[in-house]
Each structure stands twice: as structure tokens, then as C-alpha cells.
Ligand binder design. Structure first.
Ligand SMILES: Cc1cc2nc3c(=O)[nH]c(=O)nc-3n(C[C@H](O)[C@H](O)[C@H](O)COP(=O)(O)OP(=O)(O)OC[C@H]3O[C@@H](n4cnc5c(N)ncnc54)[C@H](O)[C@@H]3O)c2cc1C
Ligand code: FES
Length: 346
């Protein structure tokens, strides 16, 4: 929160545009709300993509330990847009990039928890009813402000906007993280009726509705939600009626595998929507026998699809280590960069 509760004016040097930053907001998000194509990725201080240079004025650094902010940045008056709030009027230098122009203006709403259900032993779905609409594209994420937790946590939506584009509910599929502050509150403190702050939508790895190539969705661990949203978006989009979608889920052991039941109920299941799963840990656990793929998702994708990957539109989500392996595999296979979409889950 800002110390003074005022609206401050941010001037962008390159374009001479000005943006109003309201109390409790940050540089990056107030610029995106004004339609400015401010580069970013994670919104949670990890990736470092949202850096700007402070030319004039003063900012409050909300999370000084953010992994995306270095000592060198500090010396050069470079700050993270997602972790700094203006202390008064400011002038900043950043390089807008058209790719980041928001498709839907991000907005701050209140979400009331209306339902929870278990998906696996450590993933649960949380459904929030919104105080106001939040249009979004399949694959995008929102920021949750949780009681007693510093900063925000990013979670991808698993549902899609209704045909008229005005969703009043957001569904998240969240994996419990050992000793995680945010997931600790989500799993142990939140009860139906609890209200939290939700800000969104954000993210660039959304469904490209104008591309008619077949699709591969790769989800690892907690990366289930945005890929389910994309699959639901494809099933619901008449313009993509001829597009085939392959869904590949990667987990550590068989009891981690999920997602199939959510695809089976969609129109086009088994005809143009297909599901496969891989586990990396071959030791069978006590509850299930495994007859799917064994290995990491990037190797399985390579084995199953091979050179066909070059003609596919590829979406993936999951932990950074998986993201790096998938990217490396796709580069080695010469899959064009423009056909690959992901936001890393820091
Ligand atoms: C774009 C994106 C989408 C994601 N989607 C999903 C999803 O659909 N499902 C899912 O299970 N997980 C998702 N994640 C991961 C999720 O955001 C959390 O990192 C994860 O749940 C662990 O949170 P935690 O609070 O339990 O763990 P912690 O270890 O307590 O917190 C880790 C996260 O909080 C941030 N953070 C920590 N302290 C602060 C602070 N003081 N101020 C500001 N930020 C702080 C860190 O950058 C890091 O992102 C996504 C992440 C990103 C970036
Ligand atoms: S560090 Fe700000 S967007 Fe990732």
C-alpha cells in the first residue's frame, strides 16, 4: 500500500504519455490498465522482464528481496515495474513492445470463494465468484491477494469466458507447495465465503484463435489450469472446429496424473481432442498400475510427435525446469519461435 493514498502521475520518456497510478497499485499494472504495452511476464518479482529506469521522482520498492532485482539494477536506478509503487509524480524510461499490449484491460475486483474440490492428492480447484466481470483469454492468469500474505500470487484460470465474454467466476487449479505461504493460506485458511482481492487478466500465453494449426498443450504438475482453459477454449470456438488438440500431462508418479476427465466431457473428445500422460518416476506407487508413457514431457513429446511439432501451435505451462527442457527440445527440432507460447510458473 502507498503511504499517502494519492493518485500519482507517471510520465513515460519515450512517448511522453502519462499514466495515473492509483493508491495500492504498481508501475507495471497501472501502465497496462492504461493500455501501455509494458513488457512483463510473471508479475511476481521473479523474471526481471518488467524493468524500467527511474529518471525523476521516487518509488517505494514493495519487495526488496525479489529475485528479479539485482544490486546492479539498484545502482543504475532500475526497478521492477511489478514491485514498485510511485511515491509522487515520476518520470520513467522503458521500451514498450507491441506484443504486450493488453487484450483485455486488467482490473481489480473482489472474489468470494464459492467452492473447492480435490483434483489429485495435492492439487485442488478453487472457484471464486467475482464482484464484477473480468473478461480474459484461455491461458491467462490473475493475481490473488491472500489474507496475511505479502505481495500477490499468480494463478492461471482453468475455466473460459462464456460466449458473451463476461465471466463472473474464475476457477483456479492450485498445487499445494510445501511451506508455501500463499498455498498454505489457500489450503488451510480460506473457507467458502472468504473474500480476497483478484487482479487480472495477465499473461501472453493465451489461445491464438486466428491460427488454424493443430495444437499441442503440454502441462507439467501445477501447469494444468491454463492448458485446460486452452482446451476448453478450442472446444468452444467454432472458428477452430477443424483443429486437432493433443494434451500431454506430465507428473512425477501415476497419482499425480490428472486432466483427462475434464477433456472427456468436451465436444470433440476422442475425435479431435486427445489426452496422453507421462510419469517420470517409474517406481509404481501402491494405488495404481501405470500403462502410459514413462519419461519427462519434453522427451515424450519428441518421441510421439517428432517433426510434426514444426507444424503445430504449442502451448505449455509448468515449473521453470520443465519449461527450459521443453524450450530446448523445441529449438533443437527447429520449431518456429512464433508457434510456441508459455508463461513460466516461477
Ligand atoms: C504466471 C504464473 C502462473 C501460475 N499459475 C499457477 C497455477 O495455475 N497453479 C499453481 O498451482 N501455481 C501457479 N503458479 C505458481 C504460484 O504463483 C505460486 O508461486 C505457488 O503457488 C507457490 O506459492 P506460495 O506462496 O505457496 O509459495 P512461496 O514460496 O511462499 O511464494 C512463492 C511465490 O511468491 C512470490 N513472493 C514471495 N514473497 C513475496 C513478497 N513478499 N512479495 C511479492 N511476491 C512474493 C514469489 O515470487 C513466488 O512467485 C503460477 C505462477 C506464475 C508466475
Ligand atoms: S519480475 Fe516483474 S514481471 Fe516478472
Amino acid at each position: 500500500m502507498h503511504s499517502d493514498g494519492h493518485v500519482h502521475r507517471i510520465t513515460l520518456v519515450a512517448s511522453d504519455q502519462t499514466v495515473e497510478c492509483e493508491a495500492g497499485d504498481v508501475m507495471l499494472r497501472s501502465a497496462l490498465r492504461a493500455g501501455i504495452a509494458f513488457p512483463y511476464e510473471c508479475n511476481v518479482g521473479a523474471c526481471g522482464n518488467c524493468k524500467f529506469e527511474l529518471v525523476e521522482g521516487e518509488v517505494e520498492v514493495l519487495w526488496p528481496e525479489a529475485p528479479g532485482w539485482t544490486a546492479k539494477d539498484r545502482e543504475r536506478r532500475r526497478y521492477l515495474g511489478c514491485q514498485s509503487a510511485p511515491r509522487g509524480d515520476c518520470t520513467i524510461k522503458m521500451r514498450p513492445a507491441a506484443h504486450y499490449a493488453p487484450k483485455h484491460t486488467p482490473r481489480r475486483v473482489t472474489g468470494t470463494l464459492v467452492a473447492r474440490r480435490a483434483i489429485t492428492h495435492d492439487i485442488e480447484e478453487f472457484r471464486f465468484e467475482l464482484s464484477d466481470d473480468m473478461p480474459f483469454e484461455p491461458g491467462q492468469y490473475a493475481l490473488l491477494t491472500l489474507p496475511g500474505v505479502a505481495g500477490q500470487r499468480a494463478y492461471s484460470m482453468s475455466n473460459i469466458a462464456e460466449r458473451n465474454g463476461r465471466p463472473r467466476e474464475l476457477h483456479f487449479q492450485i498445487r499445494r507447495v510445501t511451506k508455501g505461504q500463499g498455498t498454505g493460506v489457500l489450503f488451510d485458511v480460506l473457507e467458502p465465503g472468504t473474500r480476497i482481492g483478484i487482479d487480472g487478466p495477465y499473461g501472453m500465453a493465451y489461445l491464438r484463435r486466428d491460427v488454424k494449426r493443430d495444437i499441442l498443450c503440454i502441462a507439467g504438475g501445477s501447469g494444468l489450469a491454463p492448458m485446460i482453459s486452452i482446451a476448453r477454449g478450442v472446444a468452444a470456438e467454432p472458428a477452430l472446429g477443424d483443429v486437432k488438440l493433443h494434451f500431454l500431462y506430465g507428473g512425477r508418479t501415476p497419482r499425480d496424473v490428472c486432466g483427462r476427465d475434464m477433456l472427456e466431457v468436451l465436444p470433440g473428445w476422442a475425435e479431435r481432442l486427445h489426452f496422453q500422460a507421462a510419469v517420470s518416476d517409474v517406481t509404481p506407487d501402491s494405488e495404481s498400475v501405470w500403462d502410459g508413457h514413462v519419461g519427462f514431457v519434453h522427451t515424450v513429446a519428441e518421441t510421439v510427435f517428432g517433426e510434426k511439432l514444426r507444424d503445430m501451435e504449442i502451448y505449455f505451462a509448468g515449473p521453470p525446469a520443465m519449461g527450459e527442457s521443453v524450450q530446448r527440445a523445441l529449438i533443437a527440432l527447429k520449431v518456429p519461435f512464433e508457434q510456441v507460447h508459455f508463461d513460466q510458473f516461477y
